[in-house]
Design a binder for this molecule. Structure first.
Ligand code: FES
Length: 152
């Protein structure tokens, strides 16, 4: 298994500790970029936690991803301030620019994953997106192409 050593270290750090499953899964996700079936099965086998429970936790919390994600993560804010500042048109423009349908969230070349999030904490800049650790605000649909070009 890929990343077995790193996953073993994460398991050993949390095994037997109360409430450790979520931080353990976060750690595993940080290592692999998402939670694969293989990783969840391995965590189950090593910790004795039922796979159904692990899967239940992984699907309940939105911070967990069950599919590989792109090299760059685009977070489009859909919080109230952004919503009333036309966040939907920003999301549409991002998806159009990246040729993503509403169903897909990751580009075919694996360069971008797009997700909508609640407030990013800078409402005065609405509408806002974050790409990796960079924040872009006061956006218009016309500004999206130029911003995304920096990451292509
Ligand atoms: S609602 Fe978008 S940053 Fe707060």
């Amino acid at each position: 298994m890929k990343y077995k050593t790193e996953i073993d270290i994460a398991i050993n750090k949390f095994i037997g500790k109360k409430g450790a499953l979520i931080p353990l899964l976060q750690n595993a996700q940080d290592i692999e970029g998402y939670l694969s079936k293989e990783i969840m099965s391995y965590v189950s086998e090593k910790t004795g936690i039922k796979l159904a429970h692990i899967y239940g936790v992984a699907t309940f919390y939105t911070m967990f991803r069950l599919k590989p994600q792109g090299k760059h993560i685009i977070r489009v804010c859909k919080g109230t301030a952004c919503h009333v500042s036309n966040a939907n048109s920003i999301m549409n423009e991002v998806n159009n620019h990246l040729n993503l349908s509403g169903e897909e969230d990751t580009t075919k070349d694996g360069n971008f994953t797009v997700m909508s999030v609640a407030c990013l904490g800078c409402c005065s800049l609405a509408p806002v997106i974050m790409i990796d650790d960079n924040t872009y605000g006061k956006l218009t649909p016309d500004s999206i192409g130029k911003i995304l070009k920096k990451y292509e």
